[in-house]
Write a protein that binds this ligand. Structure first.
Ligand code: ATP
Length: 293
């Protein structure tokens, strides 16, 4: 095998709670993660020469060793003492620095892809262990579907996710949010409201999308919103246009709304596209990373 192509899917959060901070700076969280069918395509080609070359259609991501896919490839090379090289092409569709784990998902795809390309036959658990060295969200991206993520986000419990009859409208405003700054701001304030994750997990099990939509909660949202009121504008547009509920994903600035009616979702998508470029109507998906073909 000389090349491999993978789908690398984004996630949204149906809840985020921050419980504390470890001495090493990582935050202790309790959050519900859901894979959605919005993906980048990752192409990996074998090279005889021992080097890692990256290119992309996106100008928003680096193509040098600071790209997380470089770090993922280098990790596998070092871990298994592999002297071969690769060329990686990232066809970016997932909004960058958006709270949708785009980078983490790409890293997950490289680990899965190289395990196959180089016949390493790594198990899911081995892949997730390696992934954690690259970022707290990488194990979830390898696992996919829906999980309650605890500790620093790597302790995953598989749960029922959003059913495929739910329409997920995603809108990313054009502004840059620093995840680090959002978490720092959360540290310096008292969290007055938190999500009830047990309830949300039960509502997902019952496929009670109406109540789920009303109970989704992200403790990071109020912090990001203070600086960027456009997040509330998007939420209000979704709610005014019949979304069952709307919330910010991750540390933002992406906002998503849940719909049970496709026409309502399509109508709101059109309205949002008048003011925002990155608007997508998608569904949930079971696989975070998928080998094409
Ligand atoms: P996460 O939840 O994993 O933090 P995010 O959606 O908040 O994801 P990313 O899209 O992963 O954020 O981007 C975060 C930063 O990482 C950006 O500044 C981006 O330039 C950089 N980056 C490096 N490699 C990648 C990559 N392959 N894809 C996206 N961003 C990357």
């Amino acid at each position: 095998m000389n090349s491999i192509e993978l789908k690398s899917r984004a996630k949204i959060n149906l809840s985020i709670d921050v419980l504390g901070k470890r001495p090493d700076g990582y935050h202790l969280v309790e959050m519900i993660m859901q894979t959605i069918d919005l993906f980048d395509i990752i192409k990996i080609f074998s090279l005889d020469e021992d080097k890692i070359i990256i290119s992309s259609n996106s100008k928003e991501i680096p193509t040098d060793s600071s790209n997380i896919v470089y770090k993922a490839a280098n990790l596998i090379k070092k871990e298994f003492d592999i002297k071969k090289g690769i060329e990686i092409y990232i066809d970016k569709n997932i909004p960058v620095a958006a709270g949708m784990a785009g980078g983490s998902s790409n890293a997950a795809a490289i680990l899965v892809g190289l395990s196959k390309l180089w016949d390493l036959n790594l198990s899911n658990d081995e892949l997730k262990k390696l992934g954690l060295k690259l970022g707290a969200d990488v194990p979830f991206c390898i696992e996919g579907e829906a999980s309650l993520a605890e500790n620093i986000g790597e302790k995953l419990t598989n749960i029922d996710g959003l059913s495929e009859d739910v329409f997920i409208l995603v809108c990313k405003p054009e502004l840059f949010v620093s995840t680090k700054e959002v978490y720092e701001a959360v540290d310096s304030k008292v969290i007055e409201k938190r999500p009830d994750n047990k309830l949300l997990i039960q509502l997902l099990k019952e496929n009670n999308i109406e109540l789920l939509s009303k109970n989704m909660y992200n403790v990071l949202e109020s912090v990001t919103k203070e600086k960027y009121p456009v997040i509330d504008e998007i939420k209000n547009t979704m709610i005014d246009n019949k979304a069952l509920g709307a919330m910010m994903s991750g540390s933002g600035p992406t906002v998503f709304g849940l719909y049970s009616n496709k026409d309502d979702a399509e109508k709101c998508k059109k309205i949002l596209l008048e003011n925002f470029k990155q608007v997508y109507l998608v569904k949930s998906h079971k696989k975070g990373v998928e080998i094409n073909g």
